[in-house]
Design a protein around this ligand. Structure first.
Ligand code: GLN
Length: 480
């Protein structure tokens, strides 16, 4: 049985008496159980979610409920939730329980959202296919022989398959947008530092962003509005006031006013783009032109440098962030140790998966004294150039369109032996993270095998209000 797909539908169904919040939660729980083979949730909080639903339903009846009463969320297994397990998809955090709740999660709970469980993901959010989880791959509900994308694969499939109203993922280089695209749902990566990272298990701190995965743009706007803003716990979080995104997007006439839009030429013309994605890009461009917008091609001169810059810097940051997992105070400790050093070595070698170990080693290498300038410093310089060029591009065009990924969801196992091919799949998503700008993935139809296609729209720093309004306008043009 399928649940209503958006928050407003859930609220309406409850208000009209056709369901209750506990019943709604039971529907999601049934959907989780019936589709257990998709391997989406690492832990489901069934009793707790039903008890919360009863409590919040009571508040709804009394008219005292928060703004998210009726919203049932799943959260990626990298977000702290007090007294609940957290493993970042890794064996190394075996048995770990959060001692506090991430600010973003707490803000949603304060508004009466319910958390139904924690979701499978690539280990420490490193991956593009969810095949790097210590708990096995997540399967795409559109075709279970295919990947859901990654690293927030469980979070995307949960929304795709009606297991919750929305999910929280994280996006360091595309991990919200690419799985959203592979699963036919919406994924928003906000501006870096728009949402506090307090309580997010770090992968690469200067890139990591929390972002919502939803069925509608309205839900993404509302979740962002509630999560965003200073919390006094993250020295990098922005103090800029948080606009009322959910109100802003109601002005449909404003969103429809003619805009100056660019599309990445390589995103339409490159040989490596699957024909169905090229066709979807062209269709989107045509629709926007018909709606009165100006849409022109743009070339991004540094496109070939974005991926190496991203991977050098994120691996360097990861090698430092992940050094804390040593098996001493919490998590997995190898039983085969003889002394302190062997305890560190064995716990880390047995606790981390192959991909994570590879990145820690490469990250350590690029930070080592002899190679620091050749790799790390150079990549930082190139990052600055990419940021500047991206800014210039976004001064000229309000929005930039590109595919979310060059292909639709690929087969499980298809790219596991070819890491370069796996990395190349991130070519369109990493720019927004290297530059720090917001970007959203929107479903735009299906390919010949019925697999979802995602279009990506990028905009200036802190322009989420305009981006979301435009996203909603675009969706109303009927491209999907
Ligand atoms: N696929 C990218 C990586 O492996 C992005 C991951 C992410 O955004 N967390 O690093």
């Amino acid at each position: 049985m399928h649940a209503p797909t958006s928050f407003s539908q859930v609220k309406q169904a409850i208000a009209s008496g056709s369901t209750t919040l506990p019943e709604q939660v039971r529907t999601y729980l049934r959907n989780i159980e019936d589709q257990a083979q998709l391997n989406v949730f690492l832990e489901v909080y069934a009793d707790e979610a039903i008890a919360e639903a009863e409590r919040i339903q009571e508040k709804m009846n009394q008219g005292t409920a928060g703004r998210l009463a009726g919203m049932v969320l799943g959260i990626k297994d990298v977000l702290c939730h007090k007294d609940h397990g957290l493993q970042a998809g890794s064996k190394i955090l075996h048995g770990f329980k959060s001692q506090f709740t991430a600010s973003a999660v707490q803000r949603l709970l304060n508004e009466d959202a319910i958390i139904i469980g924690r979701q499978n993901c690539d280990e420490f959010a490193m991956g593009s296919s969810n095949e790097n989880s210590a708990f096995g791959p997540v399967r795409n509900a559109a075709d279970p022989s295919r990947v859901p994308g990654g690293s927030s694969g469980g979070s995307a499939v949960a929304v795709q398959a009606g297991m919750c109203t929305a999910s929280l993922g994280t996006d360091t280089g595309g991990s919200v947008r690419q799985p959203a695209a592979f699963c036919g749902v919406i994924g928003l990566k906000p501006t870096y530092a728009r949402i506090s990272r307090y309580g997010l298990a770090a992968y690469a701190s200067s890139f990591d962003c929390i972002g919502p995965i939803t069925n509608t743009v309205e839900d993404a706007a509302l979740l962002l509005e509630i999560m965003a803003g200073d919390d006094g716990q993250d020295s990098t979080v922005s103090r800029k006031p948080v606009p009322e995104y959910s109100k802003f997007i109601q002005d449909k006439a404003k969103a429809a006013e003619p805009k100056k839009i660019g599309y990445l030429r390589q995103g339409l013309e490159s040989e490596s783009i699957a024909p169905a994605i090229r066709a979807a890009m062209q269709r989107s461009i045509d629709l926007l032109k018909e709606a009165g917008h100006s849409v022109e091609p743009v070339d991004f001169p540094f496109i070939d440098y974005i991926l190496p810059t991203y991977y050098i810097l994120t691996m360097a940051e990861a090698s430092s962030n992940l050094s804390r997992y040593d098996g001493v105070r919490y998590g997995y400790r190898s039983p085969h140790t003889t002394d302190l050093l062997s305890m560190y070595k064995k716990s880390r070698s047995e606790g981390f998966g192959k991909e994570v170990q590879k990145r820690i080693m490469l990250g350590t290498f690029v930070l080592s004294a002899n190679y620091y300038d050749a790799y790390f410093t150079k990549a930082q310089r190139v990052r600055r150039l990419i940021q500047q060029q991206t800014e210039q591009m976004l001064n000229k065009f309000e929005f930039i369109l590109m595919p979310a990924a060059p292909t639709t969801a690929f087969k499980i196992g298809e790219k596991t032996t070819d890491p370069i091919a796996m990395f190349l799949g991130d070519v369109f998503t990493v720019q927004a993270n290297v530059a720090g700008v917001p970007s959203i993935a929107l479903p735009t139809g299906k390919d010949e095998s019925g697999l979802p296609i995602g279009l990506q729209v990028m905009s200036k720093n802190f322009s989420e209000a305009e981006l979301l309004a435009f996203a909603q306008h675009f969706m109303s043009l009927g491209s999907n």
